[in-house]
Design a protein around this ligand. Structure first.
Ligand code: AMP
Ligand code: GLY
Length: 420
């Protein structure tokens, strides 16, 4: 089988690793991929939003299956145009992708189907939003309706900051004609929960905990994610059953009622308090960096899982996990999530991987003058699997000491919630 992966981050590197374990996958390509993925794939230098070029490549190379990693090409309809030429895609279509691309859509769907979530109101003009805000108490949760690369959410203790957040959205900072959601603030512990669905059946995968803030102690600005581990001890069987029956199943039912056939990953961002989950948001793709940890734990064949989804045959799929824990620490570039250097040479990855319990996934790297360069905000994901979260964490932090580039930053407290 010939497979094409769309994307270039640590998540896509982990997906390529998981696909390479199946010997029937005789060729794996990535658009555009990254230097780490070269161990499993041929990387093709096409931008992931150049849909015409992607379609030509798929036709010319007789690709059998496309797996799309990031949300932007999915929300812009890449799945639909690939399916139109008769090629299978592991990602939801554009209509289904509203679950991530419109927070209002997901909130309405949740309220219509009694899915536990925060109360919210939405506004299309500043003055109505301001009037409503005045009637509330802090913390104020304000969200741009559409995709904003994780930056469209503002949580403020202070009324003036909340007004600035409102003005930003209505002034078009996250795109023209954005409406605004003002939400109830949820208290509790956050987890990510992953499942796949073929449109009829749901196959629950696993939970993970991300670390969205830049600095230790969950301080500093929000990022794409600074580290993750799975499974989190908080996720008991009982809680998992509630997530499936109170959140995932009614979501699929609600989508069906709106005439939407959803196939692919369901990634629920949840707040848990007193063992009760509430939905914060949905993503329509695997999480990054959660997937790097998740796929290290997957014992069953990933390609078969993906094929069961695209062939609508998930009911007969048997899922197995290694009875271990996995953890990933993101190495970033000093300055991230704002301006950062893009030119420093990376050394020591081979030494770090001498430990068989370590895998280093590339996220923001490039090859320049035959040297490996830290070119992105999030640069590498040092991932470990072991008997316990403590051991996996110890392995990862030992490995990190061997990797060097000027501007290397990382959190030193990944998995702190699991270890207190
Ligand atoms: P989102 O992009 O909707 O996932 O929001 C980004 C982050 O903001 C989440 O991961 C939460 O940490 C936080 N957040 C979003 N909505 C709420 C809420 N209603 N209450 C508390 N925290 C929230
Ligand atoms: N790690 C969070 C995300 O992928 O959106």
């Amino acid at each position: 089988m010939k497979i094409l992966i769309i994307g270039s981050g640590g998540r896509e590197h982990a997906i390529s690793m998981a696909l390479s374990k199946n010997s029937n996958n005789n060729k794996i390509y990535a658009i555009p991929g990254n230097p780490g993925m070269l161990e499993y794939c041929e990387c093709i230098n096409i931008n992931q939003l150049q849909f015409n070029e992607i379609i030509s490549f798929i036709k010319k190379n007789s690709i059998d299956l496309v797996i799309i990693g990031p949300e932007v090409p999915i929300c812009e309809g890449l799945t639909d145009i690939i399916e139109d030429i008769g090629v299978k895609v592991f990602a939801p279509n554009m209509l289904a992708s509203k679950l991530e691309s419109s927070k209002r859509f997901t909130k309405e769907l949740s309220l219509d189907n009694n899915i536990p979530t925060s109360d919210a109101k939405w506004f299309i003009d500043f003055f109505s939003a301001e009037r409503y805000l005045k009637s509330l108490k802090p913390p104020y949760v304000i969200k741009a309706d559409g995709l904003a690369a994780g930056k469209g959410v503002s949580i403020s203790e202070n009324y003036d900051d909340a007004i600035i957040a409102l003005e930003d959205i209505f002034n078009g900072r996250f795109g023209e004609n954005q409406s605004v959601l003002i939400e109830e603030f949820l208290v509790g512990e956050e987890i990510s929960y992953f499942a796949v669905t073929d449109g009829v059946n749901i196959c629950p995968l696993i939970g993970a905990q991300d670390h969205k803030r830049l600095l230790d102690g969950d301080l500093g600005p929000n990022t794409g994610g600074m580290g993750a581990y799975c499974p989190p001890p908080l996720l008991s069987k009982n809680l998992e059953n509630k997530i499936i029956s109170h959140i995932l199943e009614p979501t699929l039912y609600g989508l069906k009622n709106r005439g939407i056939n959803y196939k692919g990953v369901l990634f629920a961002g949840l707040m848990v308090k007193d063992n009760e989950p509430k939905l914060i948001e949905y993503n329509i793709r695997f999480g990054d960096p959660e997937t790097q940890a998740l796929l290290m734990l997957l014992k069953s064949d990933f390609t078969e899982l993906v094929m069961s989804v695209v062939n609508e045959d998930l009911k007969s799929y048997k899922l197995e996990w290694y009875d271990q824990k996995a953890l990933t620490v993101v190495l970033a570039n000093d300055g991230y999530p704002n301006q950062y250097n893009q030119n420093e040479e990376i050394t020591g990855i081979d030494e770090a991987e001498m430990n068989p319990k370590i895998k280093v996934f590339h996220a923001g790297t490039k090859i320049r003058d035959e040297k490996l360069i830290a070119s992105g905000g999030r640069v590498l994901n040092v991932t470990s699997i072991d008997e316990s979260i403590e051991n996996a964490r110890e392995n990862a932090y030992q490995a990190i000491k061997k990797i060097n580039y000027r501007g290397k930053i990382y959190r030193e407290d990944i998995a702190w919630r699991a270890l207190v």
